[in-house]
Write a protein that binds this ligand. Structure first.
Ligand SMILES: [Zn+2]
Length: 417
């Protein structure tokens, strides 16, 4: 929802004195959930590259990376990064991701709708509002549940004119939208999926929604959370765009502190492992107080141990790649590719070409990584090629595809869940 500035604009800013980045980043010193002071970072990512940097050409002046810090709050167990970079750096217009074009997102939405049905039963609403709705794919599937539906997302600017009597597109950020003007007096449902993790101040975000919606409104949010990331050792999923890494406890604490209570929680095991939470404003006057988890230090020690395992595994993959005599080809020109290379500790010169089946990426590269992206058209067999799977979130479909293409070696740097 915060994809406001084109990569070109971002690139120009990045070319300036690198010290300028400090003007566009906000170093957080307090926990986004409980407001407690942040301790020293648990993990530091020096010069972590930006992601989503597809470009027609490599730009050697593009900033190489920005230091990032990952913290765990010892009071409420919430995790967050502390170097919050201005969204205008983080998102580009050339980023073409649309939910309706992504099978993984479609499956995610199916899980979301099934969860929602278990909460609402056969109930229908006067209004459904989807905040950070991407291309309204979710809303389209919700039409039978409401009289009127609103999608709020800046990427909808061009589509506002295609609004119908039933589904209205609002091409704005939440902070520029007056929800009071669109809610019904009763029976409102507010959805927000895969948005909260991108928000620097989630408390403000939720307060705005709560203050502009009636008391009986039902809120259903979905966002990637920290527990599955940790379980699967996916420390590559800590990156600049995701500012918040909730635990079920820290999210419940956050909404309790705003006078709300959980109606139901669920999980989508796929799609990075996300938490689904239905909540509502509560009539309760007080909630149980947050107390520091008794074993918080052990929890942090465990995180550090798992991070060491992750680094170790990336290092072993790098050693394997360097020991192969053949040139290596990548498969999967992922949005996250610069971060994948960062953790593997490899440069673009180790990889000949990155193959990807998405036609729209054919011939592109990354502004901060000089690799060539190609569609493997007319290739029936990879024969003697060694393939590194470079899209960590699409390992399964890529493995299926590689079964047809029969490369000599396949390097899969992560476990597949
Ligand atoms: Zn906290």
């Amino acid at each position: 929802m915060f994809r406001a500035t084109g990569l070109k604009g971002r690139s120009n800013i990045m070319k300036k004195n690198k010290m300028d980045i400090k003007k566009f980043a906000n170093i957080k010193k307090t926990c986004a959930v409980c407001g407690g002071a942040l301790d020293e970072p648990v993990i530091s990512y020096p010069k972590l590259p930006l992601t989503e940097t597809y470009s027609k050409s490599y730009d050697k002046t593009f900033i190489k990376g920005i230091d990032q810090y990952f913290h765990i709050c010892k009071t409420c167990s919430h995790s967050q990064i502390s170097n919050c970079i201005n969204p205008s750096f983080l998102y580009g217009n050339n980023y073409k991701f649309r939910t309706s074009e992504s099978n993984a997102s479609k499956n995610r939405i199916e899980v979301f709708v099934n969860f929602l049905k278990t909460v609402i039963g056969g109930k229908s609403f006067n209004t459904i509002i989807d905040i950070g709705c991407n291309d309204t794919y979710l809303l389209a599937g919700m039409e039978k549940f409401a009289k009127k539906l609103y999608g709020i997302d800046p990427i909808l600017k061009e589509r506002e004119k295609h609004s119908t009597d039933k589904v209205v597109c609002i091409g704005k950020l939440l902070e520029d939208t007056d929800i009071k003007e669109i809610v019904a007096p009763s029976k409102n449902l507010v959805l927000s999926t895969h948005t909260l993790e991108h928000v620097e101040n989630p408390k403000e975000f939720i307060v705005k929604i709560l203050s502009e919606t009636p008391h009986e409104t039902l809120y259903v949010f979905e966002f990637p959370y920290f527990t599955p990331l940790l379980k699967r050792n996916r420390f590559d999923q800590i990156f600049h765009q995701h500012m918040q890494y909730f635990s079920p406890q820290s999210f419940e604490y956050l909404i309790n502190s705003l006078g709300c209570e959980v109606v139901k929680m669920g999980e989508n095991y796929h799609a990075w492992g996300s938490l689904l939470v239905a909540f509502k404003k509560s009539k309760k006057r007080s909630f149980k107080k947050i107390t520091a988890p008794l074993n918080i230090n052990r929890y942090i020690e465990n995180i550090l141990k798992k991070y060491e395992d992750f680094k170790d595994s990336m290092q072993k993959n790098r050693t394997t790649m360097l020991s192969l005599d053949d040139k290596i080809f990548g498969y999967g020109a992922a949005l996250m590719l610069p971060v994948v290379f960062y953790h593997l500790g490899i440069n673009a010169d180790i990889i000949d070409t990155i193959y990807d089946d998405d036609q729209t990426k054919n011939g592109l590269t990354y502004a901060n990584l000089p690799v060539k992206i190609m569609i493997p058209e007319d290739i029936n067999s990879f024969g003697k090629k060694s393939i590194l799977i470079t899209a960590f979130d699409n390992v399964r479909p890529i493995l299926c595809r590689l079964k047809e293409l029969e490369p000599k070696n396949i390097i899969v740097p992560i476990n597949v869940f």
